[in-house]
Design a protein around this ligand. Structure first.
Ligand code: UTP
Length: 275
């Protein structure tokens, strides 16, 4: 079945970026003049996605409103003859079908994905974290690459990147064997392990394609690391029942979850010059 839908979790509090995130969602902070979320949605659309399901929380409605036509502004721009400005906005408003769902309590990433269950239905879907931009070599869409991998092997897939050992404790970690240059076969997935708990340095890089069975496992998942419903724990159960692949990141990931990440993304992407 075709991967038509993408879930973008964007409901978190963004506490690492306070005070600004007390009022402005981190997903709306600008990278190269455009909100992070627009880069993420564009990657999904370039990957062939037809419907984006944004998971938001109360107070973060602006993340979804960004994609909705603003009639008052449209009328003003027409009146002022600002056609280029209007065209730019219409490109955003017409980008893709956007559906909004709420995660009422911020109980972790797994809980946020589970909030999209009814909107996704019984079909495979992509997940893109709303606070991470991926710049592929050649300016392509990493989501497109993951979807091709999913179609080729018929298994759920997570994007993975090598990280320094001292950073392993910050990520979901993928353990498995390489079966070609860019694909790994998963054996065990573990959320934010200590260095003693794993010998892998392959971290999830904010992009996934899942079979709908992930929802059953999310429903059974108890709070784990940090007392949150961890997507990694449900993914591990999916791996045990059906297998799960890791696809090597072909490019760079910018995590806009803290101020350094935001700065680095702006400097690097301006330099890179992809449109
Ligand atoms: P993070 O863990 O980086 O986001 O989640 P956070 O919880 O907002 O950040 P801090 O740690 O408090 O600074 C990655 C993505 O998942 C979303 C976030 O909005 C972000 O885009 N998320 C996270 C949810 O949608 N719900 C959650 O419960 C947690």
């Amino acid at each position: 079945m075709k991967v038509r839908k993408a879930v973008i979790p964007a409901a978190g509090f963004g506490t690492r970026m306070l005070p600004i995130t007390s009022i402005v969602p981190k997903e709306l902070l600008p990278v190269c003049g455009r909100p992070v979320i627009e880069h993420v949605v564009k990657e999904a659309v370039d990957g062939g996605i037809e419907e984006v399901i944004l998971v938001i929380s109360e107070g973060k409605e602006a993340v979804a409103d960004y994609f909705r036509p603003n009639e008052k502004l449209r009328a003003q721009l027409i009146k002022d003859g600002k056609h280029d400005a209007l065209k730019q906005l219409e490109n955003i408003w017409n980008m893709v079908k956007i559906t909004t769902v709420y995660q009422h309590e911020q109980n972790g990433l797994g809980h946020a994905v589970l909030a999209a269950k009814d909107a996704v239905g019984n079909e495979p879907f992509a997940v893109l974290l709303g606070d991470s931009i991926i710049q592929m070599d050649e300016c392509g869409s990493f989501t497109k690459h993951l979807i091709s991998t999913f179609n080729m092997y018929g298994r759920s897939v997570v994007g993975v990147q090598e990280v320094e050992e001292c950073l392993i404790h910050k990520y979901g970690i993928f353990e498995g064997g390489e079966f070609d240059d860019t694909i790994y076969n998963g054996k065990r997935l573990i959320e934010k392990p200590t260095e003693d708990e794993t010998n892998s340095n392959l971290a999830f890089c904010a992009r996934y394609v899942f079979k709908p069975e992930i929802f059953q496992f999310l429903e059974q998942t108890k709070p784990g690391r940090n007392n949150e419903i961890q997507l990694t724990d449900a993914m591990h159960q999916l791996l045990l029942s059906d297998g799960l692949l890791g696809a090597k990141l072909l490019g760079d990931r910018y995590d806009i979850g803290d101020c350094n990440g935001l700065l680095l993304a702006n400097l690097s992407l301006t330099e890179f010059g992809c449109k």
